[in-house]
Design a protein around this ligand. Sequence first.
Ligand SMILES: Nc1nc2c(c(=O)[nH]1)N[C@H]1C(S)=C(S)[C@@H](COP(=O)(O)OP(=O)(O)OC[C@H]3O[C@@H](n4cnc5c(=O)[nH]c(N)nc54)[C@H](O)[C@@H]3O)O[C@H]1N2
Ligand SMILES: Nc1nc2c(c(=O)[nH]1)N[C@H]1C(S)=C(S)[C@@H](COP(=O)(O)OP(=O)(O)OC[C@H]3O[C@@H](n4cnc5c(=O)[nH]c(N)nc54)[C@H](O)[C@@H]3O)O[C@H]1N2
Ligand code: SF4
Ligand SMILES: [Mo]
Length: 734
Amino acid sequence: MLFGRKRKNPIQIADKGVVEWKYATCGYCSTGCSIEVGLNGEGRPVASRGVADADVNRGKLCLKGIFEHELFSSAGRGTQPLMRERWHEEWRPADWDTALDKLHDEIVRVQARHGRDSFAVISTGQLLTEEFYTLGKLTRGLIGTNNYDGNTTLCMSSAVSGYKRSFGSDGPPGCYEDFEHTDCLIAWGSNLPEQHPIIYWRMKEAQERRNFTLIVVDPRVTMLAQNAHMHLPITPGTDVVLMNAMMHVIFAEGLEDKRYIEANTDGVEALRAEVAKYDPVTASKICGIDEDSIRVVARAFAKAPAAMQIWTMGINQSTHGSDGVVGINNLALITGNVGKPGGTSLSITGQCNAMGTREWSSCSGLPNHRYLENARDREEIARFWNMDPEFFPKQRGMFQTDIYQAMEAGQIKGLWLIATNPLSSLPNTARIRRAMEQLEFCCVQDCYQDTESAQYAHVYLPAGTWAEKEGVMTNTERRINLVKPLTPPPGVAKPDLWIFNRVAERFNRDARVKFPEKAADVFLEMGELSRGRLADISGMNHDLIEKNRGIQWPYTAAQRERGEAPPQGGKRLYTADREFRYSDGRAKLIPLPFIDNNEVPDKEFPVWLNTGRLIEHWHGRTKTGKIGNNNKFSPIPFIEINPDLADELGVQRGEYVRMVSRRGDAVAMAQPTQRVPKNMVFLPFHFFDCANRLTLGLLDPHSRQPAYKQSAIRIEKIADQIAAAKLSMEMRRF
Ligand SMILES: Nc1nc2c(c(=O)[nH]1)N[C@H]1C(S)=C(S)[C@@H](COP(=O)(O)OP(=O)(O)OC[C@H]3O[C@@H](n4cnc5c(=O)[nH]c(N)nc54)[C@H](O)[C@@H]3O)O[C@H]1N2
Ligand SMILES: Nc1nc2c(c(=O)[nH]1)N[C@H]1C(S)=C(S)[C@@H](COP(=O)(O)OP(=O)(O)OC[C@H]3O[C@@H](n4cnc5c(=O)[nH]c(N)nc54)[C@H](O)[C@@H]3O)O[C@H]1N2
Ligand code: SF4
Ligand SMILES: [Mo]
């Protein structure tokens, strides 16, 4: 008789009839996995698989990548430009010329009537880099508004600001391979297994081989925390206090790297004086981590031959976001852990091309980390673009979050939104609605026409997405990888690059400024502008990038001419002494006094509201809400709530509850779990008219990033569960 496996049918993988596999890079998160999409005999995308010889993912994909080919035919895609006179009227179909003329004419009209900066352009971290560069050239070089920014202010601007303050430039210094060399890893506010599953897999493999110390700082018991040697459930918004206390211990016990500090940094005395105030006993009262744990972690970190830190939104999305990043860099610098294998301070990026926008979009300045504030940079770019340097403003304009406040105040009257959905993603939805209602004109350019922000649009431009287009993206470890069109956009929708070029023509009748039509040519132009700079990509081109499954910057023309293979490009930055980007080559150690300025729970609103993500969904769910194999795992809004709190409120598993903050209220289903402490709930922000009706989103003073992770709410039991269930189904949207 046969038992066990032999009696079972072998697993059958459905034959999708793939006749050809085509190369792309995943368009969801910043891990940057190489994908192959399978086309059937009719040329239709029917399957996705990981690319085995790609260094990033080595054949693996996560739940989102595996079903990414289903995006192309998903519901709600925009197939045709739409127009209307007033935003609450019915849409009328329009042809491209009419819609683009309208966008051009409204930009000109609003600027003539209210001033150059009264028209804002808001972009994203989800376009291709050539598109970012082209939009930057159009906005800075031709339209000339200074209120041009991206959703990266919601996401990476604290990391950018912190890197600039510490090292003199943006640019994460490490790479995934560092996991294979490190002896100690601290993860600050990062839920790696859910949000960057393949980076997590790289980390976990390395950890299983060498069992390096893993320390997780997160108020929730995330999956990463469950895998850690030590989990520090920090009081929300107080990471800087813990960092200061760790530095206190390191200096007090003489564990700092004196040679490195002397050779590479300024400011150690002021830092020492500030952290002297944060003895572990005092600090423990503020940050909620006991004094012994603070000492143990500080010693483990400082004594490790190579120690690295990663972080994500638990740090960036805070009123101390930029300071938190500087604190991480301080810790790295005083222990000599920058630019060496396994010793780094690596910001885990969010969106697939949030790095590309930082490098090339001109949102916060000019291309390739150049500054509007720097006359030489302005002149160099003006010469290259064939325009008058005086046309550029001499300092950057508003951040995205400030633009909305200016809209609310009536200072900004026109808006072009590209690949971002602020109505769903910005804090305090009621205020965003008020701001959008003030606009004289709004254009939404999105691959889906059913986004919430399109409610307020006068013109809708249907864009292609992901592998309907050609261009590159930069991932967390500075790796530039390629996306190629493997299917055309639906209907008459067009790639974003095409749209920008057509808008540019309307502002550039004499063709004075050149706008290459093909992404590969735009890339070569960018390569020219990058020569000799930190992010030098002059050795790369699209073909070489595809052949190598991505190349890390810098990779210079000189390196290529010397015959150095691309993978030797740029694994790490700041590998030798005094290579930091301040003029003296030294990094800055910056003291970080802590001021408690968050909304904290009180009698009326006694519960912390922590918001974030789930593995199966992407942001506002324009994509994953329509893919069955993603949506089925969490089709409706829910909260993680501690069973003791649920008991106290008399709430059962699966019952709907009402959450109330000073801004508004929202309904979600209660899922009791020990992942959250009794005084906190975790609410995924993927559902519309839910999390961000409640959030306050105070802004970081340096980066202007909202504190999405720290608000105070109260929770109410709902008597009429049927009505609540109906409301909750409405929030499903799709
Ligand atoms: N599946 C999926 N993956 C994604 C995304 C997605 O939407 N879906 N989005 C991508 C993007 S754009 C981004 S930015 C990243 C975000 O990636 P992550 O930052 O890893 O994800 P979040 O869930 O926003 O928050 C991470 C953790 O911060 C913790 N946290 C909250 N407050 C604090 C605090 O005060 N201190 C500390 N130390 N931790 C705190 C939360 O409990 C949470 O576990 O994910 C990317 N990857
Ligand atoms: N409460 C709370 N709120 C948050 C966060 C949080 O943790 N908590 N996180 C914040 C963070 S880190 C981020 S990054 C933001 C994200 O905020 P958003 O940028 O608003 O998020 P998405 O839903 O990804 O919006 C991207 C839009 O671009 C469209 N799109 C996708 N690809 C293309 C393309 O190729 N071309 C064009 N034209 N359109 C395209 C999509 O359909 C979608 O409408 O949310 C922020 N909001
Ligand atoms: S880990 Fe990120 S890049 Fe890789 S398949 Fe998943 S979503 Fe795509
Ligand atoms: Mo993000």
